[in-house]
Design a protein. Structure first.
Length: 279
């Protein structure tokens, strides 16, 4: 049973509605996780001006969609695009009281921004998930402000676990680096699959075969890394025979101008951009 499934009975004990603001890709991934884990749809209200067909379909199961809500929410998950946050967040004030938990998965929107936009002393968790959340295999990094209680942090953890693993940090400054590694990281892996396929075609493989081989190799290696107790370096060593074909390739990739410095530059660039978006 997944962590999300284990956490949903806990969420069913929430006093008041769980409000999801924004049902795009990430919001919908969370919603799917909550419902798949057994969270009562009657406890969930979705605010989304342009809901997807999947979200609309959930209304048949008792989900409240764009209903006029009265009274405080137990928790509000903000999953809108960060560009519209200044317009959206102040409108949530009527749903917030001293017990309401806010969980934001908006990229670049800091705790300070959220504290300015919401009622004073609101309990807020800022989180950064990634796109494998769509298949329940994401990882989210989260940080809480000083108003979040232990019980509210447990609630936030349960909500975010619907997308996969959750890691907590106490220093919000680490969120930029986390965004650069895990938030943007899936794109780096997809680029690796693209590059591997192109290299295979350049080596003489039919294009479609090269794409299938690259896709299956990246996916399979990722699954092996997920399941194995060994770290990535040990797994790499285990498949590298001295003087063999893998060693020849790694000699190029691990050169001082190879993959390591390139990835370091890429992560640094993403972290700088994350800082710029927050300012």
């Amino acid at each position: 049973m997944s962590a999300a499934a284990n956490d949903q009975p806990f969420l069913n004990r929430l006093v008041g509605p769980l409000v999801l603001v924004g049902a795009g890709k990430m919001g919908s991934a969370m919603l799917e996780g909550w419902l798949a884990g057994g969270l009562d749809p009657a406890k969930i209200a979705v605010i989304e001006p342009d809901p997807s067909p999947e979200t609309v379909a959930h209304t048949l199961r008792g989900l409240s969609l764009n209903a006029e809500l009265r009274g405080p929410a137990a928790a509000i998950v903000i999953a809108v695009k960060p560009q519209i946050a200044p317009d959206v967040t102040p409108k949530l004030a009527t749903l917030i009281d001293g017990e309401t938990l806010i969980v934001s998965i908006m990229a670049g929107r800091t705790l300070a921004f959220l504290e300015r936009s919401l009622p004073a002393n609101t309990a807020i968790v800022r989180a950064m998930p990634n796109t494998p959340a769509a298949v329940g295999r994401g990882i989210t990094v989260a940080v809480a402000n000083g108003h979040v209680t232990k019980a509210q942090r447990d609630t936030a953890h349960a909500l975010l676990s619907a997308m996969g693993a959750v890691e907590w940090v106490t220093d919000e400054g680490l969120m930029d680096a986390a965004t650069a590694v895990s938030g943007s990281g899936p794109a780096y892996v997809f680029l690796l699959a693209e590059s591997l396929a192109r290299a295979g075609a350049a080596a003489g493989l039919p294009t479609r075969l090269a794409e299938r081989l690259a896709r299956a190799t990246v996916a399979g290696a990722g699954e092996l890394l997920h399941r194995s107790p060994l770290d990535a370096a040990r797994l790499r060593v285990n498949v590298t025979s001295p003087g063999g074909t893998t060693a020849a390739a790694l000699e190029v990739l691990m050169d001082h101008n190879g993959l390591n410095p390139l990835i370091e530059k890429a992560v640094a660039a993403a972290a700088r951009r994350s800082q710029e978006l927050a300012n």
